[in-house]
Design a protein around this ligand. Structure first.
Ligand SMILES: Cc1cc2nc3c(=O)[nH]c(=O)nc-3n(C[C@H](O)[C@H](O)[C@H](O)COP(=O)(O)OP(=O)(O)OC[C@H]3O[C@@H](n4cnc5c(N)ncnc54)[C@H](O)[C@@H]3O)c2cc1C
Ligand code: SF4
Ligand code: SF4
Length: 1014
C-alpha cells in the first residue's frame, strides 16, 4: 500500500495570519493555500520551479486594494506579492515564493467599447483571443499577436510587452495601450494616460506615491536622455523593464507613465484594467507558403519577401515542420503545405499580405508569385515551390499550426527535452542568417539537438535546445550556453530577451545597460516599490536593497525531478513530460481542451495541474523510498489490508492530512475525456496516469460505492436487462434518485431500453448467425457479412440505435451479424481497476481476434468504447492481437461508395461529434459530411466542446453541478438555435446529456442516414 504523505511545505506564520485577516477586511476573492494550489502556480513554461506561499484570486479592483492595504500594516511588511495572468511566461516571470495574485480567474470582463474612437477597456485577466472573439462581430481586433493568444492575458501581455507575428506593421502591446488602472503597493489606485509635459509636472506635485513616481520618472528620463538613446536598442522589439526611451515623445512635449508599466513584469504595480487601442479588421488576408531546400535558404530569402511589402514573414525549419506533421494540428494544414515531388522541404516562409482592398492585395500576391516562379524555374534562392491561401479560414489554420509550433518544440522523444532559456533572441534582421549560423555552431559544439523558427522580419529567433535538466552536468551546460548566447547576441547588436521578457534572466541586465542606466532602472523600482515587495528578484532591486536578483542558476523543475528514480520517471512519463506551456488553459468554450479547467477556472483541475501534482506525488513517494510500480494493488483483498483501509479511510474522514488526497481531489474532477491526450503538444494523457494513480490510492483508502457500481456496470447490465420494466419502475422514481444520490453517490441513472435489443431482434438473421456459422463459411460466402460489436451503453440503454445500425447495414446490401455482448472494460479502466480491466480486455480481445481472423469488418457505435480498443487495450501488449473495430462512419465511408443506392434528398443536419472522437480522429466529421453528401444531405459539423457527461462522470452526484455547467458552456447555446430533430450526436454520453439538460432526444447520425435512405 502507498504510504501516507503527511508532510507538505508549510506556510510562514505571517502568511497564515495575513490570510486569516484578509476575508475579515472584506476581501471577496478566493484564497488558495492548499499544497496543490501552490504547486499549480510554482511553474510556468520556463525551466524553473518556485513554490509560492499562497495564491489570491481577487474579484475586483477593491480586492486588490484590500490586499495591499492590509500588506502595508507593519506586521505584514515581510510579505511579497507577484501578479500572475495566464502563467505562460517562458522565463519564470510570474514565479516567486511569496504570495501570488492571480488576476486571470475572476478579473476577466470586457468593460467598455468605443467603436468610434477605436478603443476597448478590459480587466487585466481577459485572454487575448477572448477579446478578439468579442471584438470580431464589431469589425475590430486587438492587433499585437502572440503564440499563446488562447491563454495569455492582457495583464501578462502588457507586463511582458508581448508581440509576435505581424509586429513590423502592428507593433508590440505597448504600442496599443492607451492607459491603465494600476494599484500601487500603498493602496493608491492610479489611472495612467498620455499627458502634456506640463500636466505631468503638475502630477508630480504633492506627497502621494503617485506624485513621487511622476517626479522620479520625469527626472530619470530627462536627465539621462542621451544615455537612454544610446543604450536602448533600435530593434523592432523592445525589452522588458523599464521603457525609459518612450516615456517622453521625441519632442519631450508628451509624457506617458503607461510606457513604464508596459514590460514591468509585475515588478512595479498591479495592472487591474487596461484601455486598448483596437483596429478595424482587415477585410482581406492572403498567405503564401513558400517552400525551401534548406532552413538557411528560407532565412536568407526573408529580406526579399519583406521588401515585397508583406505584413509579416515567418520562418519554420524542418524539425518543427516534422513535429507538426506528427501532431493533430497537421490534419488541418496538410493540404495547404504539400510536399514537393522529388524534393525535401527543409524550411518554409509564411508570407502574409493584408488590407481592405482585394484588388491591391491580389496584385501584391500575384507580383510575389511571379518572382517566386522565376526563382523556382532558375533553381535560385533554394525556393522549391509555394502555395497560396486565399481563404481566411486557411490563413487561420496555418497560423494555428504556427502558434502551436513553440509548444511542439517542447515535444521530443528521449530524456533530453527542448527547453526555453535562449529561445527569443533578437538581432537586426539583416544579420539574422549569419547570427543563426554562429548560434548553431554553439549548439552543435555541445552536440545538442534543436528546432528553430522565427519572426524573420523582426530578426527574432525561437530555438529550444534539448537538455536533460535532471542531470547536473546538463544544468551546468544550460548556464554555459546561456552565457555564450548572451555574448553572441550582444556582439550582433541584439537582445537576449527579444520577445518573452527577462524573468530569471534579469541577471544579464546590468551588463547590458551599464551601471549608470541600470542605476536609473533601480531608481524607477524604488519610486514604485521601495520595499522590494512586488515580484522581487526580477528586473532590478530598489536602490537601498541588497537582496540579489533571482539567478539563472535557481532551482529548476529538473532539480526536483532528479529526486525521482529514473525508472519511475520513465514509467510515468505521461505526467513527467508536461512542460507547462499552458495550451490546456485554452479559454475557448467550443474547444475540447479541457472541460474541467474551463468550468472551474482552477489550474489544479487542468492537465498541467494534474501532471504537476502527480510529479510531486512521485517525488514524495521517492522520499519514502517507494517505487509505485512495485506496489501490489491486489493486496487490498486480504482481511488485514481491508481493516487497515477502513482505519485509514476513517482517519482521512477525520481530516488526517495526506497529499494523496489533494491529488485524488484533482483527479476526481477529470472527465477522462482524453482531449489532453491529443490536443496537448506533448500529448499529456491524464486519464492514463489518473487510472494508475487511482489504483494505487485505493491500496490505502476504501473506494466509494459508486466506483464499484461503475466498474461492475458491464456485467450487471445484461442481468438487469432481463427485467427492464421492473428495474425502470425504480430508476424513474424521484425518491430512488434521492436515495441513490445520498447512499450510492450516483444520480439521474437512465432507464433501460424497453423493448430490449434481444426482443427487437428476435429471429433476425443478425442474431441467429453465430460465430461458428461464420467460421464454417468459405471466404466468398462471408463476403457481405458485417459484424456489429456491442457496447454496454448503446445495447442496454439505446437498443434502438443498435437495431437501426443493423437495419442500415442491411439497407446498404450487407449482412449484419450481432456479436454477443462482452464487456469492453472501459468503465473499469476509468476508475483505475487496472488489473480487472486487463482481464476484461483480454477476454474481449480474444473474441474480437477470432472475428478479425475471418477478415470481416467489425463495427461499433460508441466512440469512447471503440477507441478504447485502440488505445487503452495497448496495455495488453502483443496479447492484444491485430483486430480493428471501426466506428460506423469509418465502415460507412467505404460501404456507401460500393452501395448501388442513389437517393437524392434535401435537408440540413447538424453534427455534434463526441469530443474523444474529434480529438483522436480529426477527420471523422469530414467523413460523416461526405457520407451524407452522397445522399444529397448537408451535414454541418458543430464546434462544441465537451458535453459534460463523459461516461459516468455526469451521473456521479459530486460532479453533477460541474457536469451541468460544462453543458451550458458550449452545447446548450449551440443547440438552442437549431431544430432538435436535425441535431445529431455520435456519443451515447452526449445524447444522454442532451436528454437530461437539453430537453429532448437527439439521434446518432447513422439513424438520420437510415431515415434518409428510407
Ligand atoms: C508556447 C509559448 C509561446 C509563446 N509565444 C510568445 C509570442 O509569440 N510572443 C510573446 O510576446 N510571448 C510569447 N510567449 C510568452 C508569454 O506567453 C507571454 O509573455 C505572455 O504575454 C504572458 O502572458 P500571461 O498572461 O501568461 O502572463 P504571466 O506569465 O502570468 O505573467 C507574465 C508577467 O506579467 C506579470 N503580470 C501578469 N499579469 C499582471 C497584472 N495584471 N499586473 C501586473 N503584472 C502582471 C507577471 O508578474 C509576470 O511578470 C510564449 C510562451 C509560450 C509558453
Ligand atoms: S498538459 Fe500539455 S498543454 Fe498543458 S501545460 Fe502541460 S504540456 Fe502544456
Ligand atoms: S481527460 Fe479531459 S478533463 Fe481530464 S485532464 Fe484531460 S482534457 Fe481535462
Amino acid at each position: 500500500m502507498i504510504p501516507q504523505l503527511n508532510h507538505s511545505p508549510g506556510q510562514t506564520d505571517i502568511t497564515r495570519k495575513f490570510l486569516q485577516q484578509l476575508p475579515l477586511q472584506g476581501f471577496t476573492g478566493d484564497i488558495g493555500q492548499q499544497y496543490a494550489d501552490r504547486l499549480s502556480m510554482a511553474t510556468d513554461n520556463s525551466i524553473y520551479q518556485n513554490l509560492p506561499d499562497a495564491i489570491l484570486f481577487p474579484k475586483t479592483v477593491a480586492d486588490i486594494v484590500l490586499i495591499v492595504q492590509l500588506a502595508a500594516q507593519e506586521a505584514f511588511n515581510a510579505l511579497t506579492f507577484t501578479p500572475r495572468g495566464g502563467g505562460t511566461g517562458t522565463n519564470g516571470q510570474s514565479l516567486n515564493n511569496g504570495i501570488v495574485v492571480d488576476l486571470s480567474r475572476h478579473m476577466n470582463a470586457i468593460l467598455e467599447f468605443n467603436a468610434k474612437e477605436g478603443w476597448v477597456r478590459v480587466e487585466a485577466g481577459v485572454v487575448k483571443d477572448q477579446l478578439n472573439a468579442w471584438l470580431k462581430p464589431q469589425g475590430f481586433f486587438f492587433a499585437p499577436e502572440l503564440s499563446t493568444s488562447n491563454r495569455a492575458t492582457i495583464g501578462g501581455m502588457v507586463n511582458t510587452d508581448a508581440s509576435g507575428q505581424g509586429s513590423l506593421v502592428y507593433g508590440k502591446t505597448s504600442n496599443h495601450v492607451l492607459g491603465t488602472r494600476a494599484v500601487l503597493l500603498n493602496g493608491e489606485v492610479i489611472d495612467t494616460a498620455p499627458l502634456s509635459s506640463e500636466q505631468a509636472v503638475l502630477k508630480g506635485e504633492g506627497a502621494s506615491r503617485e506624485a513621487t513616481i511622476y517626479r522620479e520618472v520625469m527626472s530619470s528620463c530627462l536627465d539621462n536622455r542621451e544615455l537612454i538613446e544610446q543604450k536602448f536598442p533600435k530593434l523592432n522589439r523592445f525589452l522588458t523593464g523599464y521603457d525609459l526611451r518612450h516615456v517622453y515623445a521625441h519632442d519631450e512635449q508628451r509624457f506617458d507613465l503607461t510606457r513604464i508599466l508596459c514590460g514591468a513584469e509585475g515588478s512595479l504595480a498591479f495592472i487591474a484594467e487596461v484601455k486598448l487601442n483596437v483596429l478595424p479588421l482587415p477585410k482581406v488576408r492572403q498567405l503564401i507558403n513558400i517552400k525551401y531546400d534548406s532552413f538557411d535558404s528560407a532565412l536568407r530569402n526573408a529580406p526579399f519577401l519583406v521588401e515585397a511589402n508583406a505584413l509579416s514573414v515567418e520562418t519554420v525549419d524542418s524539425t518543427v515542420l516534422n513535429l507538426a506533421r506528427e501532431d493533430i494540428v497537421w490534419h488541418s494544414v496538410s493540404e495547404l503545405i504539400t510536399d514537393v515531388d522529388g524534393q525535401t522541404m527543409q524550411g518554409i516562409n509564411l508570407v502574409e499580405f493584408a488590407g481592405n482592398d482585394l484588388e491591391q492585395v491580389e496584385q501584391q500576391v500575384a507580383a510575389l508569385c511571379r518572382k517566386l516562379d522565376d526563382l523556382c524555374n532558375a533553381q535560385q534562392a533554394g525556393v522549391i515551390g509555394y502555395q497560396c491561401c486565399g481563404e481566411l479560414d486557411q490563413v487561420e489554420r496555418i497560423y494555428a499550426m504556427r502558434k502551436k509550433a513553440v509548444g511542439l518544440l517542447g515535444n521530443a522523444k528521449g530524456r533530453a527535452k527542448p527547453i526555453p532559456f535562449v529561445e527569443d533572441t533578437a538581432v537586426p534582421p539583416e544579420h539574422l542568417a549569419d547570427y543563426i549560423t554562429e548560434f548553431r555552431a554553439i549548439l552543435d559544439s555541445h552536440q545538442l539537438s534543436y528546432g528553430m523558427f522565427g519572426h524573420v522580419d523582426a530578426g527574432v529567433l525561437h530555438v529550444r535546445p534539448a537538455l536533460d535538466m535532471t542531470l547536473p552536468e546538463q544544468h551546468q551546460l544550460m548556464l554555459t550556453i546561456s552565457d555564450q548566447v548572451a555574448a553572441l547576441t550582444r556582439r550582433y547588436g541584439g537582445l537576449l530577451w527579444g520577445e518573452h521578457g527577462k524573468g530569471y534572466r534579469s541577471a544579464y541586465s546590468e551588463d547590458f545597460f551599464g551601471p549608470e542606466l541600470y542605476h536609473q532602472l533601480r531608481r524607477i523600482k524604488t519610486a514604485f516599490d521601495p520595499g522590494n515587495r512586488l515580484n522581487p528578484g526580477k528586473i532590478c532591486q530598489p536602490l537601498d536593497s541588497n537582496s540579489p536578483l533571482l539567478a539563472i542558476d535557481s532551482p529548476t523543475r529538473g532539480s526536483f525531478d532528479r529526486q525521482i528514480p529514473v525508472s519511475v520517471r520513465e514509467s510515468w512519463r505521461g505526467a513527467m513530460d508536461c512542460n507547462g506551456n499552458g495550451l490546456c488553459f485554452n479559454f475557448d468554450v467550443n474547444s475540447p481542451m479541457c472541460p474541467s479547467m474551463k468550468v472551474t477556472r482552477d489550474r489544479v483541475h487542468s492537465p498541467k495541474g494534474r501532471a504537476t501534482l502527480v510529479r510531486e506525488w512521485l517525488r514524495l513517494l521517492s522520499e519514502h523510498n517507494i517505487d509505485p510500480d512495485s506496489i501490489d494493488s491486489g493486496q487490498g483483498l486480504s482481511l488485514r489490508a481491508l481493516s487497515q483501509k477502513v482505519k485509514n479511510s476513517w482517519r482521512a474522514h477525520q481530516g488526517d492530512y495526506d497529499f494523496s488526497h489533494e491529488v485524488k481531489e484533482s483527479m476526481n474532477g477529470c472527465l477522462a475525456c482524453k482531449a489532453c491526450a491529443t490536443q496537448c503538444p506533448i500529448k499529456i494523457n491524464v486519464p492514463e496516469f489518473r487510472a494508475r494513480f487511482l489504483e494505487l490510492y485505493h491500496t490505502r483508502y476504501l473506494r466509494p460505492v459508486s466506483d464499484h457500481i461503475v466498474a461492475n456496470i458491464e456485467p450487471l447490465l445484461p442481468v438487469m436487462a432481463k427485467a427492464p420494466r421492473f428495474i425502470n419502475f425504480f430508476l424513474t422514481k424521484p425518491w430512488v434518485n434521492q436515495l441513490s444520490r445520498r447512499y450510492v453517490g450516483m444520480i439521474d441513472l437512465p432507464p433501460l431500453s424497453y423493448p430490449t435489443l434481444r426482443t427487437q431482434l428476435v429471429g433476425h438473421p443478425a442474431t441467429t448467425t453465430t460465430l461458428a456459422d461464420l467460421q464454417s463459411m468459405t471466404e466468398a460466402q462471408r463476403e457481405k457479412y458485417v459484424v456489429v460489436v456491442q457496447d454496454p451503453f448503446t445495447s442496454f440503454y439505446e437498443a434502438n440505435l443498435v437495431h437501426d445500425l443493423i437495419q442500415l447495414i442491411s439497407r446498404l446490401g450487407y449482412k449484419p451479424v450481432l456479436l454477443p455482448f462482452v464487456p469492453n472494460g472501459k468503465p473499469q479502466q476509468v476508475k483505475g481497476f487496472l488489473k480487472r480491466f486487463a482481464r476484461t480486455a483480454q477476454k474481449s480481445a480474444d473474441l474480437l481476434n477470432q472475428v478479425a481472423a475471418l477478415n470481416l469488418p467489425l463495427v461499433g457505435t460508441d466512440p469512447a468504447l471503440v477507441l478504447c480498443y485502440r488505445d487503452e487495450y495497448k496495455l495488453l501488449g502483443n496479447r492484444r492481437g491485430e483486430f480493428n473495430v471501426q466506428l460506423a462512419h469509418e465502415w460507412l465511408s467505404k460501404a456507401v461508395l460500393t452501395s448501388s443506392l442513389h437517393i437524392q434528398t434535401q435537408g440540413e443536419w447538424y453534427l455534434f461529434a463526441h469530443c474523444t472522437e474529434v480529438t483522436a480522429l480529426p477527420s471523422s466529421t469530414q467523413q460523416w459530411k461526405e457520407i451524407f453528401a452522397r445522399y444529397g444531405a448537408t451535414l454541418h459539423s458543430i464546434n462544441a466542446g465537451c458535453c459534460g457527461m463523459a461516461g459516468t462522470y455526469g451521473h456521479e452526484a459530486s460532479n453533477s453541478e460541474n457536469s451541468r455547467q460544462i453543458f451550458t458552456l458550449s452545447w446548450q447555446p449551440q443547440l438552442a438555435d437549431k431544430p432538435k430533430d436535425r441535431c445529431l450526436a455520435t456519443g451515447f454520453s452526449c445524447r444522454s446529456q442532451v436528454k437530461r439538460f437539453g430537453g429532448g432526444k437527439i439521434k446518432h447520425p447513422l439513424q438520420a442516414l437510415l431515415q434518409i435512405l428510407n
